[in-house]
Design a protein around this ligand. Structure first.
Ligand code: AMP
Length: 453
């Protein structure tokens, strides 16, 4: 399959060639023709599958054939759950639309509203927005939705997770009924299907990654380790394996900050990205990471969602997420678009339940390896398929013939990042790309102030 066969215009093919992509990813091969034909689309595709280009390319092509936009109006609206994802989507609009004469803007909370209002004055062809700020702009009459022809809901599942359902419903009620709607989601839960019912009309359904499967090219390993020794192990791995541009996941914001401080004592340059950081701090951390000035980026699950850093070689779970689906999202940061990657989880005995839930979700046991000098005193019980991890007797088969020691250590009680407590798209995701990628994106700013396309 080639991009030429998908029905894209010469200008768009030109920009695709500039990015260096040689062939469309599966989501692109299916979504692009369906969208160009004017269909509504519901696509199950995780971040990393190339979904952004999958909707951006045809959207730009459709907009390019129609009359120009009027003041304070937009013709296509892309809703995203977080600021980072919004900035990245606009970056794609910018990249792929560079040979077209279309205007775009990105709006999200946490930054001044006035410059965003100014930008909308002349109207934009593509508006990328997080839901809360979009509603604020609407209330201030900075944007009128009457000319919206195409609506994209990106990472719809995450929007629901983050408590945006009411904002989304409000926005839906304001949009013209006659429009093309595209919904992208990592998974199609019942909740998502329910949401889609009132929004999408007879959609073409595309499913490129079986639900909750982990990407095949990612090798996954668990390093059992005592909780108290996790930081030392992480520091040891970073130094011994010479890791650069590694994304480390922390379950809590506090944990992420502590890790940065602790690693800096070992002269490891790390930065944290989470919901308590300002937009400027997050942009700086991400930018430093992409430019290789920051060796290790530590992110919470929400902060890490959607951040687009390609071909990340390693992702480390410093602790396991409580929600097993987040594991799939986390490790999806590596092995992107077919590249290989490694996902490493540092697992202590008190995380046996989380590990069991993850292994049950992905329907496989993750290989375990002990690291010399870091062998755990407290054995991490093996998961027992189909059995509840509450049954600790059964969940302790004791591999290697050793009777696992019982661990009664405290659970990590630090508070979890709670997206619902922050109205405007919390930070979400982080990604980085390796030096090896030509990635012209690396050079670009993710600022909301980027000039329109
Ligand atoms: P996304 O799933 O949209 O976040 O895309 C993940 C990454 O895949 C993007 O940053 C692109 O750099 C990369 N990508 C998108 N399309 C292709 C393609 N056709 N070939 C290779 N890489 C791609």
């Amino acid at each position: 399959m080639t991009f030429e066969k998908l029905g894209l215009s010469e200008e768009l093919l030109h920009s695709v060639r500039d990015t260096g992509y040689t062939s469309p990813t599966p989501i692109q091969a299916q979504a692009i023709p369906a969208i160009l034909e004017g269909n509504d689309v519901m696509a199950a595709a995780q971040t990393g599958t190339g979904k952004t280009a999958g909707f951006t390319l045809p959207l730009l092509q459709l907009l390019n054939t129609k009359p120009p936009v009027k003041n304070n109006r937009a013709r296509a609206l892309v809703l995203t759950p977080t600021r980072e994802l919004a900035a990245q989507v606009q970056e794609s609009v910018f990249t792929y639309g560079k040979y077209l004469n279309l205007r775009s803007a990105v709006v999200f909370g946490g930054v001044k509203i006035n410059p965003q209002m100014m930008k909308l004055r002349r109207g934009v062809d593509v508006l990328v927005a997080t839901p809360g700020r979009l509603l604020d702009l609407f209330q201030q009459r900075a944007i009128n939705f009457n000319d919206i022809e195409i609506l994209v809901l990106d990472e719809a599942d995450r929007m629901l997770d983050m408590g945006f359902i009411h904002d989304i419903k409000k926005i839906m009620a304001l949009l013209p009924k006659q429009r093309q709607t595209l919904m992208f989601s990592a998974t199609f839960s019942q909740e998502i299907r329910q949401l889609a019912k009132g929004i999408i009309n007879n959609p073409v359904e595309i499913d490129v990654a079986p639900r909750n499967s982990t990407v095949e090219t990612i090798s996954q390993v668990v390093y059992p380790v005592d909780k108290a020794r996790k930081v030392d192990l992480l520091s040891h791995l970073i130094r011994n394996e010479n890791w650069y541009q590694v994304l480390v996941f922390s379950r809590t914001k506090h944990g992420a900050d502590k890790l940065v401080k602790r690693l800096s004592r070992d002269n490891i340059h790390a930065a944290a990205i989470h919901g308590n950081k300002s937009q400027a701090q997050r942009t700086k951390a991400l930018d430093g990471f992409k430019k290789n000035k920051i060796q290790i980026l530590i992110a919470t699950d929400i902060a890490a969602r959607g951040i687009d850093i390609d071909q990340l070689s390693h992702v480390v779970n410093f602790d396991l997420p409580n929600v097993p689906e987040d594991y799939v999202h986390r490790i999806g940061r590596t092995g992107r678009a077919g590249a290989s990657g490694q996902a490493i989880s540092l697992v202590s005995a008190d995380e046996a339940k989380q590990l069991q839930d993850i292994e049950r979700l992905i329907k496989r046991k993750i290989e375990r390896e002990e690291i010399e000098s870091f062998e755990p005193q407290h054995i991490v019980p093996e998961s027992v398929s189909g059995k509840s991890s509450r049954n600790k007797q059964r969940a302790n088969p004791g591999n290697n013939g050793n009777k696992p020691k019982r661990y009664k250590g405290k659970r990590n009680s630090a508070s979890e990042e709670n997206p619902r407590s922050h109205r405007y798209g919390k930070p979400n995701s982080s990604h980085h790309r390796n030096n090896s990628t030509s990635g012209n994106r690396q050079q670009r700013s993710t600022s909301a102030e980027r000039p329109a396309v």
